[in-house]
Design a protein around this ligand. Sequence first.
Ligand SMILES: [Zn+2]
Ligand SMILES: [Zn+2]
Length: 288
Amino acid sequence: MSDFSVTLLGTGTPEPLDDRIGISTLVRAGGETLLFDCGRGTGLRLHQAEGSYKTATVMFLTHLHSDHVSGIPDLWLTGSIPQMRGREEPLRMFGPTGTENLAEHLQLAYSADVEARQPSRDMAGFGASPARLEAADISPGVVYDRNGVRVIAFPVEHLIIEPAFGFRVEYGGRSVVLSGDTTYCESMVDNSRGADLVIHEVAAVPEGVDSTSPLVNRVVSCHTSPEDAGSLYNRTAPALAVFSHIHYILGASDDDIIAGARRTYDGEMVVGRDLDTFEVERRSVRRV
Ligand SMILES: [Zn+2]
Ligand SMILES: [Zn+2]
């Protein structure tokens, strides 16, 4: 396995699909294991991918829509139980303004559970720390720099909630970019230049279907169409482009996504699936 890899833990949206849980992406770089977003079911998929909850101690949130954070209580609390092969340290969260507030109130909401399980944590010698959430509101720029791994937050344009970030992860002369939720925007283009792997959200509508109804338009207008994602890939030329956080609107399919993106991009691209893993080398990314 490469020393820089990405696993799509969840590739879904708020829509409850059996095979696509909420959005979450795991990045392993050198000795660092970093989680990006924490949608519904993230703890379950993390356990499938890693065999324990132990490794996920650092989490980055793109924005505070519920489909990106609703998996936090399970990941945080199940991951603090010694018998579940959980963490031996606090869970650290970095995200936009409001992240500290979210962490503070989660700890208040779940205080009965945290206190009730404390005796088994004491017996395991963990102290109180694995049940602690340590949160920081971040601003654009380098938000993490450890063991040769840098995480850079940059603003994207999600329109219905602010701020919203994309993230660029750099390690060993290679880089991975995660779009978060965004419309087509120059900031995403600028920060994707030179990246080996770009993971982009998408909202697809079947060809010929009227997408002007207010409800559909509300989704489409704050996300990225396959054509626009293709334009971004075309301008930034990643070694591999991967779709995740996939909004299938009015029965759209993977074929609609690929057909749309092919109008503007002729390079390598993949419609991601839960638990897909990609190894990141210089100018070469391989699905394993
Ligand atoms: Zn969102
Ligand atoms: Zn979303």
